[in-house]
Design a protein around this ligand. Structure first.
Ligand code: COA
Length: 332
């Protein structure tokens, strides 16, 4: 049976760092509050004019360099994002042109913080039905939709991109084992952007009412995220007859350190098994999981064939988990 394997990963975050101390000068907040409530110390912010396709291109260029794959070999590009450069054309199309992936098709996918998991499933299906090289990107330029006068939200998010290469394998030591993916649209009221879509096109009034920014009811999201990210992490292990100790690394979506701690504790992971980088990047939405995967690969915390658990929760609501055996790493 043909399965999709992750044969490479790379990421990119913008140079500019926005620390909690910088935010203290912008809104009524303080480092102690942000660290104790969220685990975040700093986040990276895109430069003026730097958009999601630019960050994605940087991540993909690193991926192609590492793996020795040429842009012309890519069959498809799937981009998970809620902050596309423009509503259309797709960010995937812009990336395709910029990297010169002349035979690739592709599309954007809107799954918010779970977007990378949805895109992985989508990319896997393409690989299982004949595509040889699929690039899956998770990217968000959250700074482009944050209200830097709202302390409830502006402290939480950052910008970043990560990309993986999916290739077919028939070797059961590698590849994606299972996915549990969910949507519950009743969560739309708790986390959304009010204007700029077909419901409320941009007008002077929507701009004046600050409706082109992310809106969040933090407490409601926090409760559901804690419950569902923990449950979906435990469920996928049970369903596939794995125990916590079988997992080399658990990479949870980085929205809040306290949400991560609940999931890690319920699933029975030790601190060493859990990737936490929210302190450096904040919540990069679709970017967190590939950023995390790249970090554990770069730090040699996993090797080919190791069991990796990814889990996420986000706007929609959307949530899910993916269990995979990493590699085989393609080297240039
Ligand atoms: N600095 C200082 N005080 C702040 C603050 C900030 N940046 N942001 C909010 N506060 C205040 C609030 O105004 C509130 O004051 P009040 O009680 O006088 O109204 C107080 O701190 C406590 O707010 P509360 O919402 O109870 O805090 P919390 O412990 O729930 O933490 C979040 C708030 C946003 C960090 C938390 O709810 C959260 O992480 N939610 C989920 C976020 C998320 O995961 N989003 C992405 C999708 S996965």
């Amino acid at each position: 049976m043909i399965n999709a394997a992750i044969t490479g990963v790379a990421s990119y975050v913008p140079e500019k760092v926005l620390t909690n101390f910088d935010l203290e000068k912008i809104v009524d907040t303080n480092d102690e509050w942000i660290v104790s409530r969220t685990g975040i110390r700093e986040r990276h912010i895109a430069a003026e004019g730097e958009a999601s396709s630019d960050m994605s291109v940087k991540a993909i260029e690193r991926l192609l360099e590492k793996t020795g794959v040429k842009a012309k070999e890519i069959d498809a590009i799937i981009v998970a994002t809620v902050t596309p450069d423009m509503l259309f054309p797709s960010t995937a199309a812009l990336i395709q042109e910029k990297i010169g992936a002349s035979k690739a098709w592709g599309y954007d996918l809107s799954g918010a913080c779970s977007g990378f998991l949805f895109a992985l499933k989508s990319g896997s299906a393409l690989v299982q039905t004949g595509h040889k090289k699929v690039i899956v990107v998770g990217v968000d330029t959250m700074s482009s939709i944050l209200d830097y006068t709202d302390r409830n939200t502006c402290i939480l998010f950052g910008d970043g991109a990560g990309a993986v290469l999916l290739e077919p394998t028939e070797d059961d030591r590698y590849g994606i084992i299972d996915n549990l993916l969910f949507v519950d649209g009743s969560g739309a009221d708790a986390l959304h952007m009010k204007a700029g879509g077909s419901r409320k096109p941009a007008t002077h009034a929507t701009v004046d009412a600050r409706e082109h920014y992310l809106f969040q009811d933090g407490r409601s999201v926090f409760k559901r995220a804690s419950l569902d990210m923990a449950k979906v992490s435990v469920d996928i292990l049970n369903k596939n007859n794995f125990k916590a100790e079988d997992v080399a690394i658990f990479i949870p979506h980085q929205a809040n350190k306290r949400i991560i701690d609940v999931a890690a504790r319920r699933a029975g992971f030790t601190d060493e098994q859990v990737l936490i980088n929210i302190d450096k990047y904040g919540n990069t939405t679709a970017g967190t999981l590939p950023l995390g995967l790249d970090e554990v690969v770069q730090e040699n915390r996993i090797k080919d064939g190791d069991l990796v658990l990814l889990a996420a929760f986000g706007a929609g609501y959307t949530w899910g988990s993916t269990l995979l055996r990493y590699g085989p790493t393609r080297k240039a």
